[in-house]
Design a protein around this ligand. Structure first.
Ligand code: R2B
Ligand code: URA
Length: 366
């Protein structure tokens, strides 16, 4: 059941009339960020003076370094940093966005996991899009964000946009619903990311970029065969007890306690629960980077705890946030005249009949 705070926008989408998809060089003003953490040209400025003194900066968990790699050459053209939990999903997103933006790989080449030798995260680059896996939970996404934000600085990327494409549990919304985060709150319903630093709790506001969030909302199509909603996202440090599940290895509360808690969340405007949003929102905001979160619900937590949908159904549901984000990226590039539907170098078949003959010839030589 939608609450007052959440808005079911799937049937009453305000169409974006060529105005959405911001964040570029000419619409920097619309973005909500602190000038103190950006250079005037939009490049990411680091809030850590120690880094300016380093001879080289090793981005250990990405298997990259400012001394070993030409990071400007490799990543200088990045505009969108998309992150999601698993390496497989982010590889699949890379192939999907490649097709959607018409990015062509040179003939005989394939996408490579740039961070494969870190054995921690996976990273794929498709033109202006980076697709990176962040693993599960705040510590994992936090470490990655430190390194990717530094990567943006070393690569001199201007006005990057970070978007998390994830999964979550719905609070009153059935599986397959797309949820855009309006505000991230922690397990105590506070809109902060709190972390101990040198023995003190440091609290940072978990703010999303309002304009980017609006731009994404505007791209939900009324004809999408599922709902796209917007509301508060609760971020927990655990999947089981932390999310009020009855099916963990331990459970010291009753089913009624669980339902009372979820109902309280619902009344507070929480529409979904996941495990990275507060850190994602707070660290990007602290770095002055525009960020948004789009998730798909895997179940309605008011109705159960176990994820029971068949694999094919889950796979289709997980495409939904990707489709929305892809619409945004495609529209942005189109507006900038950078949609490359005429790529060069990839396999390009002129005559399918002759192509087949050549293939058969080659196979006969085996
Ligand atoms: C959603 O799904 C994962 C837990 O299954 C976690 O990373 C999250 O936020
Ligand atoms: N991810 C979560 O963190 N919770 C869920 O219920 C489903 C996916």
């Amino acid at each position: 059941m939608p609450t007052d705070e959440s808005k079911n926008i799937s049937r009453s989408v305000e169409k974006c009339n060529g105005n959405c998809g911001g964040g570029g060089d000419d619409d920097v003003d619309k973005r909500e960020y602190d000038n103190a953490v950006r250079y005037r040209d939009g490049a990411v400025k680091l809030r850590n003076p120690n880094l300016y003194l380093l001879d080289q900066d090793i981005l250990y968990h990405l298997a990259l370094g400012s001394g070993s790699h030409d990071l400007v050459e490799m990543f200088g053209d990045v505009k969108f940093v998309c992150m999601g939990g698993t390496p497989k999903r982010m590889e699949q997103f890379a192939y999907y966005i490649m097709q959607e933006i018409g990015h062509k790989l040179p003939c005989g080449t394939t996408l490579l996991d740039i961070s494969q030798y870190s054995y921690r995260y996976s990273m794929f680059k498709v033109g202006p899009v980076l697709s990176i896996s962040h693993g599960m939970g705040i510590p994992s996404v936090g470490i990655l964000l430190h390194e990717v934000i530094k990567l943006m600085y070393h690569a001199k990327v201007r006005d990057p946009m970070f978007i998390r494409i994830g999964t979550c549990g719905g609070v009153g919304y059935e599986g397959g619903t797309v949820v855009i985060t309006e505000e991230a709150v922690d397990g105590m319903l506070k809109p902060y990311h709190e972390t101990p630093i040198l023995g003190k709790i440091v609290r940072r506001p978990a703010k999303m970029d309002k304009q980017l969030t609006k731009d994404l909302i505007a791209l939900a199509h009324p004809e999408d065969p599922y709902d796209t909603i917007v509301g508060k996202t609760m971020c927990t440090s655990d999947f089981y007890e932390g999310q009020g599940r009855l099916d963990g290895a331990f459970c010291d509360f009753s089913e009624q306690d669980k339902l009372d808690y979820l109902t309280k969340l619902q009344k507070a405007g929480v529409v979904n629960i996941e495990m990275e949003s507060t850190a994602f929102a707070a660290l990007t905001h602290h770095a002055g980077i525009s960020a948004a979160i789009v998730c798909v619900t895997l179940l309605d937590r008011l109705k159960g705890d176990q994820v029971m949908a068949p694999k094919e159904v889950l796979d289709e549901w997980q495409m939904r946030p990707q489709k929305l984000v892809s619409r945004f990226i495609t529209q942005y590039l189109q507006r900038k005249g950078r949609l490359s539907l005429e790529g060069h170098g990839s396999m390009c078949v002129k005559s399918p009949r002759r192509f087949k003959l050549v293939q058969q010839e080659s196979q006969n030589c085996d």
